[in-house]
Design a protein around this ligand. Structure first.
Ligand SMILES: *Cc1c(COP(=O)(O)O)cnc(C)c1O
Length: 403
């Protein structure tokens, strides 16, 4: 008998199972290449990407601007050490602070680290200016990251017992309930930290009156208002920053995901008034790393030059209209979100099945919980991509119905 040679993909998957820790349920494909709105796997199958690397690949896959910036920087200086300034660090810091309405920035590599920095800054503020206050109020169903402190800040019910004991000093209150937040404030509270649209939590926005109230509470007690815009920032919601929808400014702003367009990069920004860290209080080997800085600068310049925030608003409303049309024929409800951070509900338990059917149809979508589908495509998405996406989704719903 002739032994059939294993396909390259099957061999890769076998190796993956043997050598990669099982921390995520992944489909049996291996991604190999990306361009614009598309990814290709090792079998050559093309996928239209409405996951966007989890709201990361804002300029699409392998955009020319990022390729060019990275290769230019790689041939000049890859890493100098956080002990020294480098040119792209200074240039990006200036650009980012000037567009964000903040004064100063600390750079890191992941969103969780940016939030850790915000938590540390809030505690420093508590220590220096508020008699040692250290408690931070966050929201139920919020998501702030996967380090121990940011997991404690996170309001995911499934994480309550995970990796106990929790880091102390976080209180969770329900979203859009100002009385609950007010009641949670004590003389130990130094900050309130919120996402303006809860992303991982299923795309739920804070309302204007609530955010205005949070600003008031913080001003009243001298507490820091921290906006975690790791998912909502950098054009995702149709404005460069989601706080622009509300006209309410934070004292501390954290950014991640889309800021590097796929290169690991995050930032924690604040006002001069809260420039409280002293040398040694906060740091990191890759803080202000030249490649990351060059990537961030190139991505932001592209976002601004091509006004991709406006494209996010425009294509987002086109996509929402298409979803409303689909909702006439299928069990789609609660279509919600801002710009290109969108979600809708499907019958309980159908989320993962729908995502799997779409994958087989060449479309990547994300189901953050069993009854929700979240759509976070690259900000370069065009009408024709949305038409194709809606076509595959319609087909998937038909299959779901007959299942
Ligand atoms: C993704 C996310 C984080 C964590 O970012 P990582 O880069 O995964 O550490 C924190 N906050 C929000 C709102 C996020 O969406």
């Amino acid at each position: 008998m002739i032994q059939m040679e294993k396909s390259v993909t099957a061999a890769l998957l076998e190796t993956a199972e043997k050598s990669v820790l099982y921390t995520a349920r992944r489909p049996g494909i291996v991604m190999e290449r990306g361009e614009g709105m598309f990814l290709w796997d090792t079998e050559g199958t093309r996928y239209l990407d409405f996951v966007g690397g989890w709201a990361v690949t804002s300029l699409g896959h392998s955009p020319a601007a990022l390729q060019e910036a990275l290769s230019r920087q790689a041939s000049t200086l890859v890493h100098a050490s956080p002990s020294y300034y480098n040119k792209p660090m200074i240039q990006f810091a200036e650009l980012l602070t000037s567009v964000s309405g903040m004064d100063k920035v600390f750079f890191a590599s992941s969103g969780a680290e940016a939030n850790e920095s915000a938590i540390k800054l809030a505690r420093k503020h508590g220590a220096v200016n508020m008699n040692g206050a250290y408690e931070i109020i966050t929201l139920t169903n919020s998501f702030h990251g996967r380090t121990l402190a940011t997991m404690s800040a996170t309001g995911k019910p499934q994480w309550k017992e995970l990796y106990a004991p929790k880091v102390d000093g976080f209180k969770h209150v329900p979203i859009n309930d100002l009385d609950a937040c007010f009641a949670a404030v004590t003389n130990h509270t130094c900050a309130i930290m919120v996402e303006l649209v809860q992303g991982e939590g299923g795309v739920h926005a804070v309302n204007e009156a609530y955010l205005y109230g949070l600003r008031k509470i913080c001003d009243m007690y001298g507490m820091l208002l921290i906006f975690d815009e790791i998912q909502t920032g950098m054009g995702r919601t149709g404005k460069l920053f989601a706080y622009e929808h509300y006209g309410i400014k934070p004292d501390v702003l954290t950014l991640g995901k889309g800021i590097g367009g796929g290169f690991p990069l995050s930032a924690m920004l604040t006002k001069d008034k809260y420039d409280l860290f002293e040398p040694g209080d906060q740091g990191g080997t890759y803080s202000g790393q030249p490649l990351a800085m060059a990537a961030g600068y190139a991505v932001l310049q592209e976002l601004l030059e091509r006004n991709l925030a406006r494209n996010a608003a425009k294509q987002g409303s086109y996509l929402v209209n298409g979803l409303h049309e689909l909702a006439c024929d299928f069990a789609i409800s609660n279509i919600r979100g801002k710009g290109l951070l969108l979600a809708f509900d499907v019958p309980e338990g159908a989320g993962a099945e729908l995502a799997a059917i779409c994958l087989r149809g060449g479309l990547l979508i994300n189901s953050p919980n069993p009854s929700t589908i979240r759509l976070v495509p690259p900000l370069i998405v065009a009408q024709k991509d949305i038409d194709e996406m809606l076509h595959i989704l319609r087909h998937a719903f038909n299959q779901l119905k007959s299942a």
